[in-house]
Design a protein around this ligand. Sequence first.
Ligand code: 13P
Ligand code: SF4
Length: 354
Amino acid sequence: MTVVSNLSSGLDSASGSPSASSFGDAAQPESKSDLDPGLYDRVKRVIPPLEWAIHAPLIQEINRLKRERDAVVLAHNYQTPEIYHGVADIVGDSLALARKAVTAEAKVIVLAGVHFMAETAKLLNPDKIVLMPDLEAGCSLAASITGADVRALRVRYPGVPVVAYVNTSADVKAETDICCTSGNAVEVVESLGCDRVIFLPDRYLAAYVAGQTKVEIIPWAGQCEVHERFTGAEISEYAARHADLTVLAHPECPPDVLKVADFVGSTARMVEFVHKRRPTKVLLVTECSMSDNVAVECPDVEFVRPCNLCPHMKRITLTKIRESLISLTPRIEIDPAVAERARRSVERMIAVGR
Ligand code: 13P
Ligand code: SF4
């Protein structure tokens, strides 16, 4: 993790927290280290020169602001390459971001991802400022279920524990027993030692988990608007056109897609697979930007790509991150009564597999 502390320049002396007014005219000049001179050489495979001319000054300014604000940027694997490679201090899947949020040493966390990820970071860091550069960055899975829905499920299935994918609101997490991510879903379900569990809200992840365990899975009918668009027929067509193609799929994809995949795993597991196994040609059946990000790190691998973008992830831009660091808004705030119960669910998940 690369967090550069510069607490003396941007702090509110009364509260000890960075103040919006303390930045601006008194801004420090950029230092050369705010823009790695070798960065463009690494990312030029996925960022054209004209775009880089716009991104480079923003990257430099954001890296300076991070030092001034004692801020750290946590970015999901689906963020665009200029964010992922240019300003992120920690990158990863939902599980890694949740885990790293606990140990983040900075006073300010900027979440380059979607709203539920920022809420999770805030649950685990109640005393820190958690910034979400665009509060409208939602998720079709999180939007598919409410806390009241979970209470109704508990009435319908008395005594059956509820496992919630982290792609849910804090309100929903507060009504559940434990959270999971795509990286630990089977482990979490089995950790409960029960014959049946309610698993929400992703019907496809639920189907995948049901195929990996003897525990009976009662699903909810939510789906990811990005992964549900892939079809088995489409992926088979790519495989027919590229004889040496390795297909890696995210478990949020429909079952016919997973059936034709060579490997199924969370975004972090897919990244790890490409890094370690170095397939000649790979198709990552997931959000499009991830292929760009891994392509930068593995220039010897050819990426074949059907490009499905997540409109929510794409709401986060360098300009919005910059604005957020200047104004120290928008901040994530969670009702303390909800937060206490939701935090328990996330912490139980983090304790599994420790
Ligand atoms: P992971 O990165 O945890 O696999 O999740 C994928 C996703 O869709 C997050 O929004
Ligand atoms: Fe939600 Fe799917 Fe976008 Fe992830 S990719 S944030 S699951 S809509």
